[in-house]
Design a protein. Sequence first.
Length: 262
Amino acid sequence: MNKLSVIKIGGNVIDNSEKLHQFLLDFIALPGKKILVHGGGKIATELGDSLGVEAKMVEGRRITDIETLRIVTMVYAGLINKNMVAQLQAKGSNAIGLTGADGNIIRAVKRPVKEIDYGFVGDLDAASVASETLKNLLEAGLVPVLCAITHDGDSQLLNTNADTIASAVAVAMSGLYETSLIYCFEKRGVMKDIDDDSSLVQQIRSGEFEGLKQDGTVSGGMIPKLHNAFEAIKNGVNAVYIGKADELSQLDQQNFGTRLIR
């Protein structure tokens, strides 16, 4: 089975032109087939502020009203996505930028209103990703670049968490390729001491997760990230890596960030 890497890039790289340039070079150099997933929340917030649309957040999650949806669609699907595709093309990678609506690649369901109304936010399930369509693009030599905009199949665009998209895509593609999921962010990976770069936890098995939560090694926003990662592994993904975008070039040497395995 051929190998596939699904890589999610965070805003700390997107917001920095020098870091983005190097990241894209490292991304291109990775062997095998690749899919890139991105968001871009900081830029969306800055544009919203300039247009008088204040970002509304609840527990770190963006409330997406209709004005916010227009802004994140412009930023994610337009400015960031096409800039990244243009840079990849300039570096010799035949990239194609996509929302979930393009080719019906990712169909979401609008999040139901419970205690909080998140607005036009999309949730995904096992059937959300059109894996055969993505496979056709990959086999044609294209590199899909997916932004955090999906659709509901009834003409409504939806804002969907990029981490969730990356995980759903990796799970969907795991039946077609030996798939790895790589989350790139600002830290080297899971750290025993968040302020000590030498305290990297190099490998975590699913059975160790609860213990790391209890002793405080894993806390805060890393808990849902690891929970989603182990769910992806349980559903067919070969391995999940969490590490620093600057160190992506070390992935092929098995020396990148924290590796999560079954």
